[in-house]
Ligand binder design. Structure first.
Ligand code: ADP
Ligand code: MG
Length: 247
């Protein structure tokens, strides 16, 4: 059998004794898109935070394998080195800094560490073009709209050696044009072999973008199914635990 890019096995995560995740397992191949669906509070963000090293390895049970090696991260820096990059639900850019400064912030260990100012400017312009964001590299982030900031986050991720991009509810505050740009970027990344985990309540986006849909309910993994075999009602039914005609 082919070795998956990502293999999360039996993840259990508790907060003060309360189980937020109760043995969740997901797998993903290179270049695939997996959507994780579930109601608010079902554990989606917690699963992604476990994966991206927000909490140290010792704080959860279960195992994570990436490219065949077990991940024992103690910070998000550790997972970024592996190529796992998360864009959180809450945007994390520094508003008083420029787009360029944000893109290179915290990247001093990365492959562009020794770029001079001119090269960084050029690199930022290229990344902005890739996410179709028509602003100058020295624009302050506080002067951008929320959707534009989301695109800067993606540009920042693309500046890293990303193999798996995690987008946690990226479109909740975007305009329809921005959503279209973002969905196109995910498709382009997929074509380049970059995998994506996508979290969204917008099931039309989920079905158009994903290869697989995993459903979580109250910290339990309900199922992972091929998106092509699912309707929006199927997903909602699994999310709430009932057939829709019973509701
Ligand atoms: P989702 O992203 O699916 O809306 P979360 O993963 O954010 O859900 O939350 C799952 C459960 O874990 C919720 O009950 C939430 O209150 C709890 N939880 C998440 N993060 C923390 C935390 N840092 N401390 C305590 N409880 C948390
Ligand atoms: Mg969440």
């Amino acid at each position: 059998m082919k070795q998956p890019l990502l293999d999360m096995r039996g993840i259990v995560k508790s907060f003060s004794g309360v189980r937020a995740l109760n043995g969740v397992s997901i797998q993903l191949e290179k270049g695939e898109v997996l959507s994780v669906c579930g109601e608010n509070g079902s554990g989606k963000s917690t699963l992604m935070k476990v994966l991206s090293g927000v909490w140290p390895f010792a704080s959860y049970e279960g195992e994570i394998f990436f490219e065949g090696s077990q991940v024992k991260a103690s910070s998000i820096r550790d997972t970024e080195v592996l190529g796992i990059v998360i864009i959180h639900q809450e945007l994390a850019l520094v508003k008083e800094l420029s787009v360029l400064e944000n893109i290179f912030l915290g990247n001093e260990l990365g492959s562009f560490a020794r770029l001079d100012d001119e090269a960084m400017y050029r690199r930022t312009s290229e990344l902005l073009a890739r996410v179709k964001l028509d602003v100058l590299p020295d624009t302050l982030v506080r002067d951008l709209g929320v959707g534009q900031q989301q695109l800067v986050e993606i540009a920042k991720a693309l500046n890293k050696n990303v193999k798996l991009l995690i987008l946690d509810e990226p479109t909740s505050s975007l305009t329809s044009t921005e959503i279209e740009i973002l969905l196109n970027i995910v498709s382009e990344l997929k074509a380049q072999g970059i995998a994506c985990i996508y979290i969204s309540h917008k099931l039309d986006e989920v079905l158009s973008l994903s290869d697989w849909v995993a459903v979580i309910r109250d910290g339990e993994h309900i199922a992972t199914k091929a998106a092509a075999d699912l309707t929006q009602n199927d997903i909602i039914g699994m999310m709430v635990g009932r057939q829709l005609d019973e509701l």
